[in-house]
Design a protein around this ligand. Structure first.
Ligand SMILES: Cc1cc2nc3c(=O)[nH]c(=O)nc-3n(C[C@H](O)[C@H](O)[C@H](O)COP(=O)(O)OP(=O)(O)OC[C@H]3O[C@@H](n4cnc5c(N)ncnc54)[C@H](O)[C@@H]3O)c2cc1C
Length: 405
């Protein structure tokens, strides 16, 4: 239990993803009272990997020492020491020849596997699972610091707080409450998008693991197509046949993938696209088991716009505030940056150097500014499908540094 000081706001975090969990740890570290809830009944669900690059600096401030020291456990390959790895870069290959187009060095860069990260970072937090936010009510008694806003959940319960942070992901309910359905709606980009995992026979898994860059290994192809192959997990280091990899691939179209009926249709569609690809991409798609599960998917973004925070009662963080395409590799790092900025603002309130109104308004301005990455991610998506101009794209020109200071 955290001791209250007279100025301490009580923060209610909706969502236990990268944004919500890192925020919760940062508040805990600074003795600022909070509650964190998630609609899931336990940390599970979809799984993917995130490249942690410049976000390391903020994350070290937010996490307790033991979790920070054990970050390697959150990696898809928890045996990989990023400090001694010789492949500390982001590798972009030419999809047609396999040759390196760009290999921007980034010391210390690492992958985080979302499920392992959620599981590890849940340690030391009292997360209330099974709480799906369905509505918010503002309360008017300015003198009751802990009861300025009320979050209502699907199970009929509610929680009062000083301020709510909607860290509830790309289709955020909190964002919809703040802005209404129309303004909060995501844009669906006109691409076929496949994101699916698979295993391989042991010898092929060893080959791919050796062939791939462990951070990012992606390629644009002259036929207007993008593909990346990533490691998701090594459940048994001694048994390569258990290693899980995944493919992310996109190409422009009008989302006709939606019309495909089955996973097998999608695999056939992908195989038809693979003519002219170099290895490892070509061989890996050939090796995919016929029953590999390829779900329907869409590439969605939300263009950040300012919101009325209702007198510093409700704000957003992470994908809820700026959902972008993975082609730019910024969303996770920005989620952690949001958490760090919000903690800084709450420290200022607790110390009496800012009012809650001033602090949340300042935080909101920063989030909205960081939201410019959404448009850059859209530009990067386009660039990955414009082979001739790829070398002028944001990832090549700006690297993986964020655009906002
Ligand atoms: C395939 C892929 C690759 C990516 N690659 C990279 C990369 O290389 N680098 C990078 O920086 N970023 C990358 N990203 C983006 C990154 O993963 C996200 O930006 C980041 O995980 C967002 O974290 P979040 O906490 O904001 O949202 P989420 O991870 O979506 O978490 C939201 C949480 O809120 C909960 N929730 C949702 N609705 C409610 C509700 N109504 N009530 C209560 N709880 C709710 C959910 O259960 C969930 O736990 C990638 C994303 C994808 C999909």
């Amino acid at each position: 239990m955290i001791a209250r000081t007279s100025n301490s706001p009580h923060v209610l975090i909706i969502g236990g993803g990268l944004a919500g969990l890192s925020l919760a740890h940062g508040l805990k570290k600074n003795d600022i009272p909070f509650t964190i809830v998630d609609r899931e009944t336990s940390p599970r669900g979809r799984n993917w990997g995130v490249t942690l690059s410049w976000g390391h600096a903020q994350l070290e401030k937010l996490l307790p020492k033991d979790l920070w020291a054990n970050l390697q456990q959150c990696q898809p390959d928890s045996s990989l020491n990023v400090k001694t790895s010789e492949k500390q870069c982001i590798l972009v290959r030419d999809g047609a020849t396999g040759e390196t187009l760009n290999a921007a060095p980034f010391p210390g860069i690492r992958r985080l596997q979302i499920q392992k990260t959620k599981k590890n970072w849940a340690r030391g937090l009292d997360i209330q699972y099974g709480k799906k936010l369905v509505d918010i009510e503002t309360l008017e008694d300015e003198n009751d610091n802990d009861h300025r806003v009320l979050a209502k959940f699907e199970d009929g319960t509610s929680i009062a707080a000083s301020v709510i942070v909607g860290a509830d992901g790309g289709v955020s309910n909190v964002r919809r409450w703040l802005l209404g359905e129309e303004l909060a709606a995501q844009e669906i980009l006109p691409y076929t998008f496949m994101n699916f995992s698979f295993t391989l026979p042991a010898d092929k898994a060893l080959w791919l693991d050796h062939e791939m860059n462990p951070n990012v290994d992606v390629a644009p192809h002259p036929k207007s197509m993008y593909m990346g192959i990533f490691l998701l997990d090594k459940p048994d280091l001694e048994k390569p046949e258990t290693w899980v990899f995944y493919i992310l691939t996109t190409w422009p179209d009008d989302n006709s993938l939606e019309q495909d009926e089955t996973s097998a249709d999608r695999l056939r569609r992908l195989r038809r696209q693979m003519e002219g690809w170099a290895d490892p991409y070509k061989t890996i798609v050939k090796l995919l088991p016929d029953d590999v599960e390829i779900a329907k998917n869409q590439l969605r973004i939300w263009h950040t716009r300012p919101w009325d925070n209702h007198g510093a009662r409700v704000t957003l963080a992470g994908d809820a505030a700026h959902s972008m395409t993975f082609h730019r590799g910024q969303g996770g790092n920005l989620a952690i940056r949001d958490a760090d900025e919000f903690v800084n603002c709450m420290i200022a309130v607790r110390n009496g150097t800012k009012t809650l109104n001033e602090a949340v308004a300042e935080y909101d301005r920063g989030v909205v500014e960081r939201g410019q990455e959404v448009a850059i991610s859209k530009e990067q998506t386009k660039a990955f499908h414009d082979y001739e101009n790829f070398l002028n794209s944001p990832v090549v020109k700006m690297g993986i540094k964020p655009s906002a200071k």
